[in-house]
Design a protein around this ligand. Structure first.
Ligand SMILES: [Fe+2]
Length: 133
């Protein structure tokens, strides 16, 4: 299944929404590469792209929350760190399995669910908070 950002995922903060859209694209590129059975080096590059973008996005989002004095910053930081670990584990499992594409394909659901749940249940509250300022 293709993964796309949909307007119902809007947080209401433009920069965050724009980054979320790109984030979905990076995840999509990884799973497309898995479906197309691309070579291990290519898959690893896509995992690295997703990982780098995720870290950049989390760091920007955390700076923004700090800037506005967002009260649930700690919970966000914990959730972010846990997802970074999941991605590291995905890369490790893939490579430990000698480049088993099933590892990538099976992770599809986990990643999509994580992104959408996190945005819906945690990031949207950032937008709600901004409105009260
Ligand atoms: Fe977040």
């Amino acid at each position: 299944m293709a993964i796309a950002w949909t307007p119902d995922l809007s947080v209401g903060v433009e920069n965050i929404d724009e980054q979320h859209k790109i984030w979905f694209e990076k995840a999509n590129e990884l799973f497309e590469a898995g479906k197309q059975q691309r070579a291990k080096e290519y898959i690893n590059t896509m995992i690295d792209f997703l990982d780098e973008y995720t870290k950049k996005h989390f760091s920007d989002e955390e700076s923004y929350m700090e800037e506005i004095g967002y009260p649930e910053l700690d919970a966000q930081k914990k959730a972010h760190a846990s997802f970074i670990n999941d991605l590291a584990k995905l890369k490790k499992d893939y490579n430990d399995g000698g480049g088993n594409l099933l590892v990538i394909l099976n992770a599809n659901k986990m990643v999509i669910n994580w992104l959408t749940n996190h945005i819906r249940h945690m990031d949207k509250k950032i937008g709600d908070y901004v409105k009260t300022l």
